[in-house]
Design a protein around this ligand. Structure first.
Ligand SMILES: Nc1nc2c(c(CN[C@H]3C=C[C@H](O)[C@@H]3O)cn2[C@@H]2O[C@H](COP(=O)(O)O)[C@@H](O)[C@H]2O)c(=O)[nH]1
Length: 369
């Protein structure tokens, strides 16, 4: 075919698109948003306040504009390593390891006694303690981001992991044995299916964030964050760490190379224990009296329970409604659920640091978030 003859198949696709018959954004779906809406439609303990969401949309958008929120915000955090520092493949391995273990840092101990990592002369807690511990391990020559190491039962032992995550207080990192199990499983799957390199997983997703999320949920039990809701045959997919892994890659590679996903806007908010907290403090979601009491008295809310599923799924749906409201109020804006989520997480952490938390976050201990 000479250069000036267009490919008939391409012409047919173009014709369908122009006739509105083909949304070029077809492609893999994760099903997370649909499941979140289903739970919201059947929730009785969590409600969404549309007026508060409209107000929140305006406030969030204004502050995100003012702070210039963009994928580059990720690398702006002083503790996140940069691509330049690590190189692309080591950066992928770091982000993969980080989001494999990115769960359950909360503690009931006072600030001075809770699990804390000392690194570069500072004390890091919560999510940042994970980032600090991984960087400290690499500085110490421990190959904590190498999947061969994860599989080596002589080298990568629970005691070595205790050393990697040693606290400068008496409290051990929560769920340490579970974290070792995640590393072991991921090492095994990467060995069996992806020649030991997470970068091969990204290549397999072929530029689709939804496909990457689905591959993670399909091949790794420890990423398969899905739970039965009210006996429904199909489990509800939340996939928080699988989604935040795709989002962190997109952000740290600023949408290029290993972070280049054509469907990145399909990802939803990451249902953790911090964003529901700020949504509740902004009045966007509210709780039934029993659930509200359970959260305010810091009672354990079991993983996969009806209350917990409502909390997580309604938060996902609430952020989607805020996102739609932001787009309605600012038609040309390019914000997606990821950047709104990152902003909400960072904001509640600033509020926590300033002692301005008005409601506690909910207490669920699990490997999912
Ligand atoms: N939804 C959502 N959840 C997030 C994050 C992050 C950090 N992301 C960084 C990357 C870009 C952003 O700008 C952030 O700087 C951690 N988490 C989750 O929160 C919990 C940790 O809470 P705490 O113990 O208080 O630090 C735990 O479940 C963890 O998985 C986020 O962004 N969104």
């Amino acid at each position: 075919m000479s250069d000036d003859e267009a490919d008939p198949e391409l012409l047919a696709l173009l014709r369908q698109h122009l006739q509105g018959k083909l949304t070029l954004h077809d492609g893999p779906e994760t099903g997370v948003l649909q499941g979140a809406e289903y739970v919201y439609d059947n929730a009785i303990d969590v409600a969404i306040d549309m007026r508060a969401c409209k107000n929140a949309a305006a406030v969030i958008y204004a502050q995100m504009q003012q702070k210039g929120y963009s994928p580059a915000t990720w690398a702006a955090h002083e503790l996140h390593p940069s691509r330049a520092e690590l190189g692309d493949d080591a950066m992928v391995a770091f982000v993969f390891t980080m989001d494999l273990l990115n769960f359950s840092f909360w503690s009931e101990l006072p600030e001075a006694e809770r699990f804390t990592i000392e690194y570069r002369g500072r004390r890091w807690t919560g999510y940042w303690s994970l980032v600090a511990a991984l960087r400290r391990a690499l500085d110490e020559g421990i190959p904590i981001t190498d999947s061969h190491f994860w599989q080596d039962e002589e080298e990568c032992t629970l005691d070595v992991l205790r050393h990697v995550f040693r606290s400068c207080t008496n409290e051990e990192m929560p769920l340490l044995a579970e974290r070792l199990a995640c590393l072991r499983e991921a090492g095994q799957v990467l060995y069996e299916k992806y020649e030991c390199h997470p970068a091969n997983l990204i290549d397999e997703a072929n530029g689709s964030a939804a496909a990457l999320v689905n591959l993670l949920a399909r091949d790794f039990k420890c990423f398969r964050d899905e739970h039965v809701f009210e006996g429904r045959r199909k489990p509800i997919r939340i996939l928080k760490r699988a989604q935040i892994l795709a989002a962190d890659l997109w952000a740290c590679f600023e949408g290029e190379g290993y972070g280049d996903f054509w469907d990145i806007d399909k990802l939803t908010m990451f249902a953790d224990y911090r964003v529901p907290q700020i949504l509740n403090s902004m009045g966007c979601i509210s709780y039934s009296p029993p659930l509200s009491t359970a959260i305010r008295t810091k009672r354990d809310i079991p993983s996969g329970s009806n209350w917990e599923m409502q909390l997580r799924a309604c938060s996902i749906w609430c952020v989607e409604l805020i996102r739609r409201e932001i787009v309605k109020q600012n038609p040309d804006c390019r914000l997606n659920a990821i950047l709104i989520d990152f902003f909400l997480y960072d904001t509640i952490k600033e509020m926590e640091a300033a002692g301005q938390e008005t409601v506690p976050h909910h207490r669920t201990r699990s490997i999912w978030y």
